[in-house]
Each structure stands twice: as C-alpha cells, then as structure tokens.
Design a protein around this ligand. Sequence first.
Ligand code: NDP
Ligand code: KPL
Length: 343
Amino acid sequence: MRATARRKIERRCRQLHMTRILIFGAGGVGCLYGFILDQAGASVTAVCRTNYEVVKENGITIRSKIFGRQHYHPTAVRNVDEAVQHGPFDFILVCSKAFPGTAEMIRNAVTPKQTAIVLAQNGIGVEEDYAKLYPDNAIISGVVYLPVTQVELGIIEHGPLERFEIGLYPPGTASKGHCEQLSDLFKAGGGSAPVFDDVQPRKWIKVAVNAAWNPTTALTLCDDANYLRSSPRAEEMIRKIMREVGVVATAAGYPNVITDEVIERDIQRPIDRIKTGGKEPSMLTDVREGRALEVEAIVGNTLRIGEKHGVVTPFLEMLYVLAKGRSYALAPDDRWKPIARHD
Ligand SMILES: NC(=O)C1=CN([C@@H]2O[C@H](COP(=O)(O)OP(=O)(O)OC[C@H]3O[C@@H](n4cnc5c(N)ncnc54)[C@H](OP(=O)(O)O)[C@@H]3O)[C@@H](O)[C@H]2O)C=CC1
Ligand SMILES: CC(C)(CO)C(=O)C(=O)O
C-alpha cells in the first residue's frame, strides 16, 4: 500500500476513535446502534432509564441474526446532565420513542455548532422541534430498518435487517460532512447508513409501513404474520392504508414515492414471515409493556398533513382514534398534544 493511502486510512481511524457519541434512549434501537458505533471505535455513552443498573453492571448483550451473539459495555449514565462529563459529543442519537418534549431533554448535552443531532425514530414531521431549538446544529433525520426488541433489561434481540437511511433536515441546509462521517462510522462498525440528498421521500415510505402495521398489530395483539393469518381481508387492508398514506405524500409534494411496487416489495417481508415466524412491531411491544403509543408521530401527523391538503383519510382516522384510545387506557397522561409542524 502506498504511504499516502496508508496515512489517509490511519488519519480516518484516529478520527473514528475520537468520535464521541451519546445515545439518548437505550432501548432496542439505541442499544443496537450503540453496538455498531462501539464496534467502529467511537466512545459511546448511553442514557439509560429502567435498564441503568443492569447496563452499568453488565453491559449490553446482542443476539442478532446479522451480528451473532455479541456483548459491549457503553458508559451508562442516568440522565443527560450526568452524560455531560463524557462529552462534548459529536453526535447525539435520539433513539427514544418520538414523543413531545424530547427535543428539550437533550439540551444540556448539545454543544452549539459541534453536536449533530440524529433522529433514529419512526414518524413524519418529527424534526421541526429540534430544528427550532438547535438552529446552530446539524439535524440528521433517519429512517430505521431494524427489527429489534429489548427482551430483558440489557438483552437485545435483532432480526435479519439493518439499514439506517440518513439525510440532513431540512435537505441541503449545511454541508453533508456530518452525514458522511456517521455513514463511515456505521460502515466501520459493520452497519449500513446510506446518505440521501433528501431523506424525506424515504421517511414517507417508512411512515406508510408504520401507519399500516404498527396500529393494526398493536390493536389486534397479533404479530405481523399472525395478523396476516387472521382473516382473508387482513393483507389487502395493509395495502389500502399504505395507499392512503401515498395520497397524503403526493399532496405534500412527494408524488410517485409510495408506489404499488414499493408497497408490494415491503409487504412481501411479513408475508414471508408466515413461514418463518412473525415480527412484533414496536407498537405491539409497547402495548404488551403497558406503555404509551407513538400514535401522534406516525398516524396523527400523517392525517393532519392530509387534512391540511384537503385529503380525506378514513383508514388513518379510524386507526388514530382507536390507537389513541388504546394508548390513553395504558398511559392516561398521553393526552393529545401536537408534536410538530404539520406541513
Ligand atoms: N423496535 C423496532 O423494531 C423499531 C423501532 N423503530 C423506532 O425507533 C424508535 C425507538 O424504538 P425502540 O428502540 O423500539 O424503543 P424502546 O421503547 O425499546 O426504547 C426507547 C428507550 O428510550 C428510553 N427513554 C424514553 N424516555 C426517556 C427519558 N426521558 N430518559 C431516558 N430514557 C428514556 C426508554 O426507557 P424505559 O425503558 O425506561 O422506558 C427506552 O429504553 C421509535 O421511534 C420506534 O418507532 C424503528 C424501526 C424498528
Ligand atoms: C417496520 C417495523 C414494523 C418493523 O419492526 C417497525 O418499524 C417497528 O417495529 O416500529
């Protein structure tokens, strides 16, 4: 290898090792992304809540169809104030559920002009609160494809898919340097984080998937394969909901994104799982654990964007009302609060 090429690789490795990452929300997604970044050589601090003692004492065990059985030990802290002594952070990965008020919770760990805030969450329109609060920081919006569940405190089960699609919010606001750096880190850690000039079309595809699968499985208490087995109309209902989200996306300026081809490709995964065993979407896990549901970020924001553009969304409206009722029964504090701008 030529000396200049070797020096370039050595410099890149040094940069990765110096990168400081804060994971806010050490559940399924947070623990798995922390693992990938730890593998890349970054310094990983994790804000843990219920699993604090276990993670501090024993670290995190990963049982993954891709990475195998793994173990790592991030620096566990109880809250953002405690995390600050391990900063300043180059990236904060927000991996908690997309609920109102989270943007304020990370404030003390955000260094203006340095920290890139990465949203590893489902939903649409979830970036605006961060963009308003942190105008001097890069906001990276992410689309998470990662079937993962924390099955016991500090123990994470992960299926056969790992892809984190990322892009700046709003698109083209600053240099793509932060996105490229994060993408390099994922690659170095064995993961995959492709960078998009505009990641919003990708967010729309994912919210169509989540609006269809998350409330239906949460309300029926069936994993995706069992839901498909449950009646001859179940599969077509998923397509109808996804098409409805497609009409909203088109009205919002993203035509030809949620196409029939995209819908068929996505629905094939759960259909295949009828043979191999179903996946419990994260909202079904929340129902089983008695936690509030991410209805606003996934269904509420989508239907309000539709409303603003004069699109009638009967399926989304029905899912919204029923899933909000379910969430309210589980967590009575979860009353309606808009979480972001709805355009
Ligand atoms: N799981 C999956 O397969 C997928 C999930 N997603 C999305 O990724 C995001 C994360 O999901 P997932 O990992 O499943 O969620 P989890 O519920 O497993 O993890 C969220 C974590 O955030 C923690 N948390 C919440 N609020 C706070 C707080 N104030 N302080 C400290 N910790 C806090 C929770 O702590 P505690 O345990 O104490 O509640 C929990 O550990 C969601 O937006 C989800 O929709 C996307 C694709 C797939
Ligand atoms: C796509 C799906 C349903 C897969 O896990 C998901 O994003 C979730 O569980 O929230």
